[in-house]
Design a protein around this ligand. Structure first.
Ligand SMILES: N[C@@H](Cc1ccc(OP(=O)(O)O)cc1)C(=O)O
Length: 156
């Protein structure tokens, strides 16, 4: 089982959308028994729901974020993951500050997808801001998909 952990700041916008979008791809590919997906935030509140517009733009893609509750990134969560994909370089640095030994399994999502930059924080933005963040994340996951499938083929 390949255990993927997405990381952002508050775990109410970007990483929950990434988690939900990748879960949907995994489900459609019939890889539920090969890939598990979680998310966490480097400064997350305790069990906050996903933000209103994150839920709305996922709903428009027929994906529910209704059950999501935010959780704080922990050293245990890092240790339990095989691949950690962060929304920004600052999150990658925060992961490495907590667990330097994770260096070989933590990447920004852009980096892992072969792209440059960060997924900017839509927090406080409009529906359209969230929609373009979701579209960006979805496109990056598409670019990373072959690598994810290849890793899922390995024994963990
Ligand atoms: N600014 C929020 C924290 C926060 C930051 C970013 C954020 O977006 P994301 O979930 O994409 O990191 C969500 C929440 C607070 O005041 O607690």
């Amino acid at each position: 089982m390949l255990r993927i952990l997405f990381v952002c700041t508050g775990n109410t916008c970007r990483s929950p959308m990434a988690e939900a979008l990748l879960c949907e791809k995994v489900r459609q590919a019939g890889l539920n028994d090969k890939v598990s997906v979680l998310s966490a935030g480097i400064m997350a509140g305790y069990e906050y729901p996903a933000s209103k517009f994150a839920c709305a733009v996922m709903q428009a893609r027929h994906i529910s974020l209704g059950e999501h509750r935010s959780r704080q990134l922990t050293a245990d969560a890092i240790a339990a993951a095989d691949l950690i994909l962060t929304m920004a370089l600052s999150h990658k640095r925060a992961v490495l500050a907590l667990a330097p030994e994770a260096a070989d399994k933590v990447f920004t999502l852009c980096e892992f997808a072969g792209a440059a930059g960060d997924v900017d924080d839509p927090y406080g933005g409009s529906y359209e801001t969230y929609d373009s963040a979701a579209a960006e994340i979805d496109s990056l996951l598409g670019q990373a998909w072959k690598k994810i499938v290849a890793l899922a083929g390995k024994e963990y």
